[in-house]
Design a protein around this ligand. Sequence first.
Ligand code: ADP
Length: 246
Amino acid sequence: MQSRRTRKVVNSTKPLISLNRVSRFYKPDKPALFDISFDIFPGEFVYIAGPSGAGKTTLMRLMHLAEMPDTGALTFAGHDVSNLRRSAVSVLRRSMGVVFQDFKLIDDLSIFANVGLPLEVAGLSVSAMRSRVEEVLEQVGMPGRGADLTAFLSGGEQQRVAIARALVGSPSLILADEPTGSLDAYSANFVLDVLEQVSASGTTVVFATHDRMLMAARPHRVIAFEGGRLVGMSSKGTETAAGTGT
Ligand code: ADP
């Protein structure tokens, strides 16, 4: 496992994620996503923007390889995922960390148990787990808090623990689906601070949001969706012509 501190910032010209004319149909006549093409490069911080129903979560699930495109090609780290076996897809998914709006922590477990869970599954020793968990808790501004129960934490603290859990396996990609959607402005800012640091250290961050004020306050590249269609793309710090939802 690679330590955050030893990871190099990657400025590769090869995309980490590439979508080429991807569509996803839950119903034949109403695509959740239609004819979507874009690239995301290593180390980028990218917003997936759009109002409710735009297709953001569907897109995040595709990038997480939890679902496959119905048509078109999705390439992750150079692999066309539709052609991979399930075991190979599982290996790729281990290089991703996910963060959700509702945290998805196990309330009656400690912070250490929640954050260390992916390492326990991977078979790490308790001492190796302790040092890596403490490292990521420091990264999210919660050093020495491993013994606390997650049930008693504020929403902002729970989300920081969820980010620590996403980071603990040193992923190359963090997928965060509306991670500030249930947080107050102060906690939301802190979450942005942490994810921007994560991106600055070389991990790609993809952040789905409907929140235009947030994107204006913390500018990054925006890929905007409406009704399952890609309606605009910006480079870092510029608004999309087609808008970015509500
Ligand atoms: P967003 O995250 O932007 O709110 P979603 O990706 O959740 O958008 O949804 C896009 C569209 O796909 C919506 O019309 C939604 O109702 C539909 N949809 C999403 N998931 C499913 C599903 N599992 N089955 C059927 N329709 C779905």
